[in-house]
Design a protein around this ligand. Structure first.
Ligand SMILES: O=C(O)CCC(=O)C(=O)O
Ligand SMILES: [Fe+2]
Length: 365
């Protein structure tokens, strides 16, 4: 990988462009007009149906790590993080120091935004040549089964990449609220990457400066669904990020992760943040840490909103397994060197389909 510094200077100040997505109907509007009908385009085939292969009793085993202990280098907590990244690829973080009020402001303002009339939200509509704004991503064919959700997607860091035309000014103060929340998440990401650097046998600052740089926020709105068993809020996928930090609602379940071949719900822990290992860490660690498939299911009576912050390298960064992590158990690199920007764009050209997009980085055997 490239060299690191605390604040990487972004030479190209033009925000990068991303692969566009085919426009599809607004799901919230669809439900508003006809709450008791699920159009054919959203209906999953039998094996992808929600309740197949769910293992809810494992939920309580998903690790919960204490960031304040990690920050002090607590060995027991670092070991817990190591196991969480190896065995689960997911964990919840408590004592993360993002004030409760910051989390709550973000939830309140975003709920208000999604409740605005469609014309108002469409002032921030995702254009045909970008994935930022209000709309849908990862729709690449008219035939694909669609997700039961709408999203607002923004690049928040580096600040030069911000496109404020997509940042809603209603409700009042929303722009500042997103900024404050994202700053808090950025700090959590920094602390976590220090700990992940440590458990990967590197200097604790090895990740910083690089992975601090690009942070994108995706706010997912999953309307209530008359037949939650027939649809998925978000299709199974792994994240292309280094790590993802997700805030979910305290009362409403939706996120499920793949574990032991089944789907385990991530029950909300109040005020905790859910973190998952992304593809970049899977590649760097030569598969020791796993970027786990996950999905979101919907609810019959309640809408749910989730807030995913993707912390990623900048486009020019080259990612490949770290030599010092090759050992007698896995002496060969399972992934080849990829330029992150190419990896990300290639994933965006396909629909979300489990881990299919990671093939691009796999060494052919
Ligand atoms: O809504 C959730 O809990 C999951 C969202 C997610 O996986 C994503 O936005 O990548
Ligand atoms: Fe995800």
């Amino acid at each position: 990988m490239d060299s690191y510094s605390e604040e990487t200077v972004v030479e190209n100040v033009d925000a990068p462009t991303y692969v566009p997505s085919i426009p599809v109907p607004n799901v919230q509007e669809l439900v508003r007009k006809d709450p008791v009908h699920v159009p054919e385009r959203y209906v999953r085939n039998q094996e992808d149906r929600t309740q197949v292969n769910e293992i809810p009793h494992l939920s309580s085993e998903i690790p919960v790590v204490d960031l304040s202990l990690l920050s002090t280098g607590d060995v027991k907590e670092l070991n817990k993080l190591d196991l969480a990244c190896k065995d689960w690829g997911f964990f919840q973080v408590v004592n993360h120091r993002v004030p409760k009020e910051v989390l709550q402001n973000m939830k309140n303002a975003t709920t208000e935004f999604f409740e605005l009339p469609l014309e108002e939200k469409n002032k921030y509509a995702m254009p045909s040549d970008d994935i930022q704004g209000y709309g849908h991503a990862y729709v690449v064919s008219e035939e694909q089964t669609l997700d039961w959700s709408d999203a607002l997607i923004l690049v928040v860091y580096p600040t030069q990449y911000r496109k404020f035309k997509f940042w809603p000014s209603i409700p009042e103060g929303y722009t500042e609220i997103i900024d404050t929340y994202s700053k808090g998440v950025k700090n959590v990401g920094k602390e976590l990457l220090r700990s992940i650097s440590t458990i990967m046998g590197m200097d604790k600052d090895a990740f910083l400066g690089l992975h601090n740089e690009l942070q994108a926020l995706r706010m997912n709105y999953y309307p209530a669904c008359y037949r939650p068993d027939h649809v998925l809020g978000i299709s199974p996928h792994s994240d292309t990020s280094t790590i993802t930090i997700l805030m979910q609602e305290d009362q409403i379940n939706g996120l499920q992760i793949k574990h032991n071949g089944g789907w385990v719900p991530v029950n909300p822990v109040p005020d905790a943040l859910v973190v998952n290992v992304g593809d970049v860490i899977e590649i760097l660690s030569n598969g020791k840490y796993k970027s786990i498939e996950h999905r979101a299911v919907t609810n019959e009576n309640k809408a749910r909103i989730s807030y995913a912050s993707f912390i990623c390298p900048l486009d020019h960064v080259e990612v490949e397994p770290l030599d010092h992590l090759l050992d007698s158990q896995s002496p060969n690199k399972m992934y080849k060197k990829v330029r992150y920007g190419d990896y990300l764009r290639s994933s965006m050209k396909r629909r979300m389909e489990g881990k299919a997009h990671t093939e691009m980085a796999k060494v052919e055997i």
